[in-house]
Design a protein around this ligand. Structure first.
Ligand code: UD1
Ligand code: UDP
Length: 362
Protein backbone atom coordinates (compact mmCIF):
# COMPACT_ATOMS: atom_id res chain seq x y z
CA UNK A 1 0.00 0.00 0.00
CA UNK A 2 1.26 3.50 -0.75
CA UNK A 3 1.00 5.88 2.20
CA UNK A 4 1.75 9.60 2.00
CA UNK A 5 2.62 10.64 5.56
CA UNK A 6 2.56 14.39 6.13
CA UNK A 7 4.63 16.15 8.80
CA UNK A 8 5.61 19.77 9.28
CA UNK A 9 6.16 20.72 12.93
CA UNK A 10 8.53 19.53 15.66
CA UNK A 11 6.14 17.22 17.54
CA UNK A 12 5.23 15.53 14.26
CA UNK A 13 8.83 14.59 13.54
CA UNK A 14 8.98 12.82 16.90
CA UNK A 15 5.67 11.03 16.26
CA UNK A 16 6.80 10.05 12.75
CA UNK A 17 10.04 8.54 14.09
CA UNK A 18 8.52 5.24 15.32
CA UNK A 19 5.61 5.28 12.87
CA UNK A 20 7.78 5.67 9.78
CA UNK A 21 9.93 2.71 10.88
CA UNK A 22 6.85 0.55 11.36
CA UNK A 23 5.17 1.62 8.11
CA UNK A 24 8.27 0.93 6.04
CA UNK A 25 8.32 -2.70 7.13
CA UNK A 26 5.06 -3.43 5.28
CA UNK A 27 4.18 -0.47 3.11
CA UNK A 28 5.58 2.10 0.73
CA UNK A 29 5.86 5.37 2.67
CA UNK A 30 6.25 8.72 0.92
CA UNK A 31 7.22 11.29 3.54
CA UNK A 32 6.08 14.85 2.90
CA UNK A 33 7.39 17.77 5.00
CA UNK A 34 5.28 20.91 4.60
CA UNK A 35 8.10 23.15 5.82
CA UNK A 36 5.97 24.63 8.61
CA UNK A 37 9.03 24.37 10.87
CA UNK A 38 12.31 25.02 9.10
CA UNK A 39 15.03 26.17 11.53
CA UNK A 40 17.82 23.62 11.93
CA UNK A 41 16.92 23.26 15.63
CA UNK A 42 13.20 22.86 14.90
CA UNK A 43 13.44 20.40 12.03
CA UNK A 44 16.70 18.99 10.58
CA UNK A 45 18.11 18.05 13.98
CA UNK A 46 15.33 15.51 14.53
CA UNK A 47 15.77 13.84 11.14
CA UNK A 48 19.52 13.48 11.66
CA UNK A 49 19.46 12.45 15.29
CA UNK A 50 16.55 10.01 15.08
CA UNK A 51 17.42 8.58 11.68
CA UNK A 52 14.05 9.56 10.22
CA UNK A 53 14.23 9.11 6.43
CA UNK A 54 14.86 12.30 4.47
CA UNK A 55 11.48 13.67 3.35
CA UNK A 56 10.64 12.80 -0.25
CA UNK A 57 9.18 16.29 -0.56
CA UNK A 58 9.79 19.50 1.37
CA UNK A 59 7.12 22.00 0.38
CA UNK A 60 8.94 24.93 2.00
CA UNK A 61 5.76 26.65 3.11
CA UNK A 62 7.25 28.36 6.17
CA UNK A 63 5.53 30.71 8.61
CA UNK A 64 2.48 32.90 8.07
CA UNK A 65 -1.02 33.68 9.26
CA UNK A 66 -3.21 30.58 9.66
CA UNK A 67 -5.25 30.86 6.47
CA UNK A 68 -2.32 31.76 4.25
CA UNK A 69 -0.09 29.03 5.69
CA UNK A 70 -2.81 26.37 5.51
CA UNK A 71 -3.87 27.37 1.99
CA UNK A 72 -0.29 27.29 0.71
CA UNK A 73 0.14 23.81 2.13
CA UNK A 74 -3.14 22.61 0.63
CA UNK A 75 -2.24 23.74 -2.85
CA UNK A 76 1.19 22.09 -2.75
CA UNK A 77 -0.05 18.90 -1.10
CA UNK A 78 -2.71 18.47 -3.77
CA UNK A 79 0.01 18.55 -6.43
CA UNK A 80 2.08 15.96 -4.51
CA UNK A 81 -0.95 13.68 -4.16
CA UNK A 82 -1.62 14.11 -7.91
CA UNK A 83 1.87 12.82 -8.62
CA UNK A 84 1.95 10.07 -5.99
CA UNK A 85 -1.67 8.81 -6.08
CA UNK A 86 -1.47 7.47 -2.49
CA UNK A 87 -3.88 4.85 -1.16
CA UNK A 88 -3.74 6.50 2.25
CA UNK A 89 -2.82 9.97 3.51
CA UNK A 90 -1.58 9.75 7.10
CA UNK A 91 -1.56 12.82 9.34
CA UNK A 92 -0.35 13.43 12.87
CA UNK A 93 -1.71 15.51 15.73
CA UNK A 94 -3.26 18.92 15.37
CA UNK A 95 -1.11 21.47 13.57
CA UNK A 96 -1.91 23.47 10.47
CA UNK A 97 0.04 20.84 8.51
CA UNK A 98 -2.39 18.21 9.84
CA UNK A 99 -5.45 20.19 8.83
CA UNK A 100 -4.14 21.11 5.39
CA UNK A 101 -3.38 17.49 4.49
CA UNK A 102 -6.69 16.31 5.93
CA UNK A 103 -8.75 18.80 3.93
CA UNK A 104 -6.97 17.90 0.70
CA UNK A 105 -7.17 14.14 1.27
CA UNK A 106 -10.85 14.29 2.26
CA UNK A 107 -11.78 15.45 -1.24
CA UNK A 108 -9.63 12.96 -3.08
CA UNK A 109 -9.98 9.30 -3.85
CA UNK A 110 -7.79 8.09 -1.00
CA UNK A 111 -8.28 7.25 2.65
CA UNK A 112 -7.39 9.67 5.41
CA UNK A 113 -5.81 8.23 8.57
CA UNK A 114 -5.28 10.33 11.71
CA UNK A 115 -2.65 9.46 14.30
CA UNK A 116 -3.54 10.94 17.72
CA UNK A 117 -7.26 11.12 16.97
CA UNK A 118 -9.88 12.06 19.56
CA UNK A 119 -7.93 14.48 21.72
CA UNK A 120 -9.95 17.41 22.99
CA UNK A 121 -9.23 20.45 25.14
CA UNK A 122 -12.80 21.75 24.62
CA UNK A 123 -11.23 25.17 24.12
CA UNK A 124 -12.05 26.38 20.61
CA UNK A 125 -9.78 29.40 21.04
CA UNK A 126 -6.85 27.06 20.53
CA UNK A 127 -6.06 26.70 16.83
CA UNK A 128 -5.14 23.08 17.55
CA UNK A 129 -8.65 22.28 18.79
CA UNK A 130 -10.14 23.48 15.50
CA UNK A 131 -7.55 21.49 13.57
CA UNK A 132 -8.13 18.25 15.44
CA UNK A 133 -11.94 18.37 15.42
CA UNK A 134 -12.05 19.02 11.67
CA UNK A 135 -9.41 16.38 10.97
CA UNK A 136 -11.20 13.72 13.03
CA UNK A 137 -14.49 14.40 11.28
CA UNK A 138 -12.84 14.03 7.88
CA UNK A 139 -10.88 10.86 8.73
CA UNK A 140 -11.62 7.30 7.64
CA UNK A 141 -9.23 5.61 10.06
CA UNK A 142 -8.70 7.14 13.49
CA UNK A 143 -5.86 5.98 15.71
CA UNK A 144 -6.71 7.03 19.26
CA UNK A 145 -3.95 7.08 21.87
CA UNK A 146 -6.22 6.62 24.92
CA UNK A 147 -9.62 5.37 26.00
CA UNK A 148 -10.54 8.98 26.78
CA UNK A 149 -9.88 9.87 23.14
CA UNK A 150 -12.07 6.99 21.95
CA UNK A 151 -14.91 8.22 24.14
CA UNK A 152 -14.55 11.82 22.89
CA UNK A 153 -14.94 10.52 19.35
CA UNK A 154 -17.98 8.44 20.30
CA UNK A 155 -19.56 11.51 21.91
CA UNK A 156 -19.26 13.24 18.54
CA UNK A 157 -20.80 10.27 16.74
CA UNK A 158 -17.52 8.89 15.39
CA UNK A 159 -17.20 5.15 15.96
CA UNK A 160 -16.48 3.67 12.51
CA UNK A 161 -12.78 3.29 11.79
CA UNK A 162 -11.72 4.13 15.38
CA UNK A 163 -8.86 2.04 16.80
CA UNK A 164 -7.27 2.30 20.23
CA UNK A 165 -3.53 1.94 19.56
CA UNK A 166 -1.80 3.64 22.48
CA UNK A 167 0.41 6.68 22.08
CA UNK A 168 3.20 6.72 19.51
CA UNK A 169 5.10 9.22 21.67
CA UNK A 170 5.49 6.48 24.26
CA UNK A 171 7.09 4.32 21.55
CA UNK A 172 9.39 7.23 20.68
CA UNK A 173 10.63 7.89 24.19
CA UNK A 174 11.24 4.20 24.89
CA UNK A 175 13.37 4.02 21.75
CA UNK A 176 15.70 6.86 22.78
CA UNK A 177 15.63 6.78 26.58
CA UNK A 178 18.66 4.65 27.36
CA UNK A 179 20.93 6.36 24.87
CA UNK A 180 19.73 9.77 25.99
CA UNK A 181 20.58 8.97 29.60
CA UNK A 182 23.98 7.47 28.73
CA UNK A 183 25.14 9.79 25.97
CA UNK A 184 23.53 13.21 26.14
CA UNK A 185 26.14 15.77 27.21
CA UNK A 186 23.55 18.43 27.99
CA UNK A 187 23.77 18.50 31.80
CA UNK A 188 27.56 18.82 31.66
CA UNK A 189 27.33 21.48 28.97
CA UNK A 190 24.97 23.53 31.11
CA UNK A 191 26.79 22.71 34.34
CA UNK A 192 23.68 21.22 35.91
CA UNK A 193 23.06 18.30 38.23
CA UNK A 194 20.08 15.96 38.44
CA UNK A 195 17.31 17.30 40.67
CA UNK A 196 18.86 20.75 41.02
CA UNK A 197 17.10 22.66 38.25
CA UNK A 198 13.71 23.17 36.65
CA UNK A 199 12.96 22.81 32.95
CA UNK A 200 10.57 25.27 31.28
CA UNK A 201 9.08 25.45 27.78
CA UNK A 202 6.42 27.97 26.73
CA UNK A 203 5.13 28.43 23.20
CA UNK A 204 1.31 28.61 23.13
CA UNK A 205 -0.07 31.83 21.61
CA UNK A 206 -2.24 32.33 24.73
CA UNK A 207 0.96 32.56 26.83
CA UNK A 208 3.31 34.28 24.37
CA UNK A 209 1.32 36.71 22.27
CA UNK A 210 0.10 39.08 24.99
CA UNK A 211 2.99 41.16 26.40
CA UNK A 212 1.59 41.34 29.94
CA UNK A 213 1.00 37.60 30.16
CA UNK A 214 4.43 36.75 28.75
CA UNK A 215 6.15 39.24 31.05
CA UNK A 216 4.43 37.79 34.12
CA UNK A 217 5.35 34.25 33.14
CA UNK A 218 9.01 35.14 32.56
CA UNK A 219 9.15 37.12 35.80
CA UNK A 220 7.60 34.32 37.83
CA UNK A 221 9.82 31.63 36.33
CA UNK A 222 12.84 33.85 37.04
CA UNK A 223 11.88 33.88 40.75
CA UNK A 224 11.64 30.07 40.95
CA UNK A 225 13.39 28.38 43.88
CA UNK A 226 15.83 26.57 41.54
CA UNK A 227 17.63 27.61 38.34
CA UNK A 228 15.36 27.32 35.32
CA UNK A 229 16.57 26.01 31.94
CA UNK A 230 14.36 27.35 29.18
CA UNK A 231 14.92 25.99 25.64
CA UNK A 232 12.92 28.68 23.90
CA UNK A 233 10.69 28.06 20.88
CA UNK A 234 11.34 30.60 18.09
CA UNK A 235 7.80 31.99 18.50
CA UNK A 236 8.64 32.79 22.13
CA UNK A 237 12.00 34.34 21.23
CA UNK A 238 10.30 36.48 18.58
CA UNK A 239 7.76 37.75 21.13
CA UNK A 240 10.41 38.36 23.81
CA UNK A 241 12.30 40.47 21.27
CA UNK A 242 9.19 42.29 20.08
CA UNK A 243 8.05 43.11 23.66
CA UNK A 244 11.64 43.96 24.74
CA UNK A 245 11.61 41.28 27.43
CA UNK A 246 14.78 39.42 26.47
CA UNK A 247 16.75 41.16 29.22
CA UNK A 248 14.53 39.59 31.85
CA UNK A 249 15.95 36.20 31.02
CA UNK A 250 19.19 36.15 33.03
CA UNK A 251 20.75 34.53 36.10
CA UNK A 252 18.11 32.15 37.37
CA UNK A 253 16.37 31.86 34.01
CA UNK A 254 18.67 30.41 31.36
CA UNK A 255 17.29 30.93 27.93
CA UNK A 256 18.85 28.48 25.48
CA UNK A 257 18.12 27.48 21.87
CA UNK A 258 15.73 24.57 21.29
CA UNK A 259 17.53 21.30 21.91
CA UNK A 260 17.40 17.95 20.09
CA UNK A 261 15.14 15.18 21.33
CA UNK A 262 17.77 13.21 23.24
CA UNK A 263 18.95 16.30 25.09
CA UNK A 264 15.35 17.21 25.85
CA UNK A 265 14.70 13.76 27.27
CA UNK A 266 17.86 13.99 29.40
CA UNK A 267 16.95 17.48 30.65
CA UNK A 268 13.41 16.39 31.45
CA UNK A 269 14.51 13.22 33.24
CA UNK A 270 16.87 15.18 35.47
CA UNK A 271 14.63 18.15 36.23
CA UNK A 272 13.13 18.56 39.69
CA UNK A 273 9.94 19.45 37.80
CA UNK A 274 8.96 20.93 34.45
CA UNK A 275 6.84 24.02 33.83
CA UNK A 276 5.35 23.87 30.35
CA UNK A 277 2.47 24.51 28.02
CA UNK A 278 3.60 21.82 25.59
CA UNK A 279 1.32 18.89 24.86
CA UNK A 280 4.10 16.39 24.26
CA UNK A 281 6.17 17.38 27.27
CA UNK A 282 3.27 16.82 29.71
CA UNK A 283 3.25 13.17 28.66
CA UNK A 284 7.01 12.79 28.43
CA UNK A 285 7.28 14.12 32.00
CA UNK A 286 4.81 11.44 33.04
CA UNK A 287 6.81 8.73 31.23
CA UNK A 288 10.02 9.91 32.93
CA UNK A 289 8.56 10.26 36.45
CA UNK A 290 9.06 14.04 36.46
CA UNK A 291 6.30 16.17 38.02
CA UNK A 292 4.72 18.63 35.60
CA UNK A 293 3.27 22.09 36.15
CA UNK A 294 1.17 23.01 33.12
CA UNK A 295 0.67 26.69 32.32
CA UNK A 296 -2.75 26.13 30.81
CA UNK A 297 -6.31 26.02 32.12
CA UNK A 298 -7.08 22.68 30.51
CA UNK A 299 -5.28 19.72 28.99
CA UNK A 300 -5.92 17.02 26.43
CA UNK A 301 -3.78 14.63 28.49
CA UNK A 302 -6.16 14.37 31.44
CA UNK A 303 -4.72 11.03 32.56
CA UNK A 304 -1.51 12.74 33.73
CA UNK A 305 -3.56 15.08 35.95
CA UNK A 306 -5.84 12.34 37.26
CA UNK A 307 -2.78 10.29 38.22
CA UNK A 308 -1.41 13.23 40.23
CA UNK A 309 1.72 13.82 38.10
CA UNK A 310 0.54 17.02 36.41
CA UNK A 311 -1.19 20.13 37.77
CA UNK A 312 -2.88 22.81 35.69
CA UNK A 313 -2.02 26.30 36.92
CA UNK A 314 -2.83 28.65 34.01
CA UNK A 315 -0.75 31.81 33.61
CA UNK A 316 -1.47 33.86 36.75
CA UNK A 317 1.73 34.51 38.75
CA UNK A 318 0.33 33.31 42.10
CA UNK A 319 -0.87 30.08 40.56
CA UNK A 320 2.45 29.48 38.78
CA UNK A 321 4.35 30.20 42.02
CA UNK A 322 2.13 27.73 43.89
CA UNK A 323 2.78 25.18 41.14
CA UNK A 324 6.54 25.64 41.36
CA UNK A 325 6.49 24.74 45.06
CA UNK A 326 3.56 22.31 45.06
CA UNK A 327 4.35 19.11 46.92
CA UNK A 328 3.50 16.26 44.59
CA UNK A 329 2.57 13.09 46.49
CA UNK A 330 3.85 10.62 43.95
CA UNK A 331 4.08 6.89 43.89
CA UNK A 332 5.97 5.54 40.91
CA UNK A 333 4.81 1.97 41.58
CA UNK A 334 1.14 2.98 41.49
CA UNK A 335 1.45 4.96 38.27
CA UNK A 336 -1.20 3.90 35.74
CA UNK A 337 -0.33 3.12 32.10
CA UNK A 338 -2.99 4.90 30.04
CA UNK A 339 -0.77 5.41 26.98
CA UNK A 340 -0.39 1.82 25.84
CA UNK A 341 2.49 -0.63 25.82
CA UNK A 342 5.02 1.13 23.58
CA UNK A 343 3.94 -0.71 20.42
CA UNK A 344 1.41 1.79 19.08
CA UNK A 345 3.26 2.32 15.79
CA UNK A 346 3.37 -1.39 14.93
CA UNK A 347 -0.30 -1.72 15.87
CA UNK A 348 -1.38 1.10 13.63
CA UNK A 349 0.65 -0.21 10.73
CA UNK A 350 -1.00 -3.65 11.13
CA UNK A 351 -4.43 -2.02 11.30
CA UNK A 352 -3.68 -0.17 8.07
CA UNK A 353 -2.73 -3.44 6.35
CA UNK A 354 -5.91 -5.12 7.55
CA UNK A 355 -8.50 -2.36 7.46
CA UNK A 356 -7.50 0.04 4.71
CA UNK A 357 -8.43 -2.34 1.85
CA UNK A 358 -11.90 -2.75 3.41
CA UNK A 359 -12.49 0.79 4.65
CA UNK A 360 -15.27 2.81 3.10
CA UNK A 361 -14.31 6.41 2.44
CA UNK A 362 -16.26 9.01 4.43
C1 UD1 B 1 2.94 25.00 15.87
C2 UD1 B 1 1.57 24.37 16.05
C3 UD1 B 1 1.39 23.98 17.50
C4 UD1 B 1 2.52 23.12 18.01
C5 UD1 B 1 3.87 23.80 17.71
C6 UD1 B 1 4.98 22.84 18.07
C7 UD1 B 1 -0.19 25.25 14.57
C8 UD1 B 1 -1.36 26.13 14.48
N1 UD1 B 1 0.51 25.31 15.72
O1 UD1 B 1 2.96 26.20 16.61
O2 UD1 B 1 0.19 23.23 17.63
O3 UD1 B 1 2.38 22.95 19.40
O4 UD1 B 1 3.95 24.11 16.31
O5 UD1 B 1 6.18 23.46 18.23
O6 UD1 B 1 0.09 24.53 13.65
N2 UD1 B 1 9.32 30.00 13.71
C9 UD1 B 1 10.63 30.11 13.39
N3 UD1 B 1 11.28 29.03 12.88
C10 UD1 B 1 10.69 27.83 12.70
C11 UD1 B 1 9.32 27.71 13.03
C12 UD1 B 1 8.66 28.80 13.53
O7 UD1 B 1 11.23 31.18 13.54
O8 UD1 B 1 11.34 26.87 12.25
C13 UD1 B 1 8.61 31.15 14.32
C14 UD1 B 1 8.05 32.14 13.30
O9 UD1 B 1 8.16 33.40 13.85
C15 UD1 B 1 6.57 31.72 13.27
C16 UD1 B 1 6.33 31.29 14.70
O10 UD1 B 1 7.54 30.69 15.11
O11 UD1 B 1 5.75 32.77 12.88
C17 UD1 B 1 5.19 30.32 14.85
O12 UD1 B 1 5.37 29.16 14.04
P1 UD1 B 1 4.11 28.28 13.59
O13 UD1 B 1 4.58 27.05 12.94
O14 UD1 B 1 3.12 29.11 12.85
O15 UD1 B 1 3.39 27.92 14.94
P2 UD1 B 1 4.00 27.32 16.29
O16 UD1 B 1 3.84 28.35 17.35
O17 UD1 B 1 5.35 26.78 16.02
N1 UDP C 1 11.22 19.10 22.21
C1 UDP C 1 12.56 18.98 21.86
N2 UDP C 1 13.38 20.04 22.11
C2 UDP C 1 12.95 21.20 22.68
C3 UDP C 1 11.60 21.30 23.04
C4 UDP C 1 10.75 20.22 22.78
O1 UDP C 1 12.99 17.95 21.36
O2 UDP C 1 13.76 22.14 22.86
C5 UDP C 1 10.32 17.98 21.92
C6 UDP C 1 9.57 17.47 23.12
O3 UDP C 1 10.29 16.50 23.79
C7 UDP C 1 8.30 16.91 22.51
C8 UDP C 1 8.09 17.78 21.31
O4 UDP C 1 9.32 18.43 21.03
O5 UDP C 1 8.49 15.59 22.09
C9 UDP C 1 7.00 18.76 21.64
O6 UDP C 1 7.07 19.85 20.87
P1 UDP C 1 6.31 21.19 21.25
O7 UDP C 1 6.30 21.42 22.71
O8 UDP C 1 6.91 22.22 20.38
O9 UDP C 1 4.85 20.90 20.68
P2 UDP C 1 3.49 20.34 21.31
O10 UDP C 1 3.74 18.99 21.84
O11 UDP C 1 3.04 21.30 22.36
O12 UDP C 1 2.56 20.35 20.15
Amino acid sequence: MKICAVVGARPQFIKAFPVSQALRRDHEEVLVHTGQHYDETMSAVFFTELGIPEPDYNLGVGSGPHARQTAAMMEKLDAVFDDEQPDVVLVYGDTNSTLAAAMVAAKRDCLLAHVEAGLRSFNREMPEEVNRVLTDHASDLLFAPTETAVSHLANEGITDGVHLTGDVMYDAILAVHDRAMAESPILDCLNLRDGEYLLATIHRPANTDDPKTLKRIIQTLGDAPLPVVFPAHPRTVARLEEFELLDMAHNNLRLISPVGYRDLVRLLAGAERVATDSGGIQKEAFFLDTPCVTLREETEWVETVEAGWNILVGAAPDAIRAGLTHEFALNVDAKPTPYGDGHAAAKLSDILSREAPLAVKN
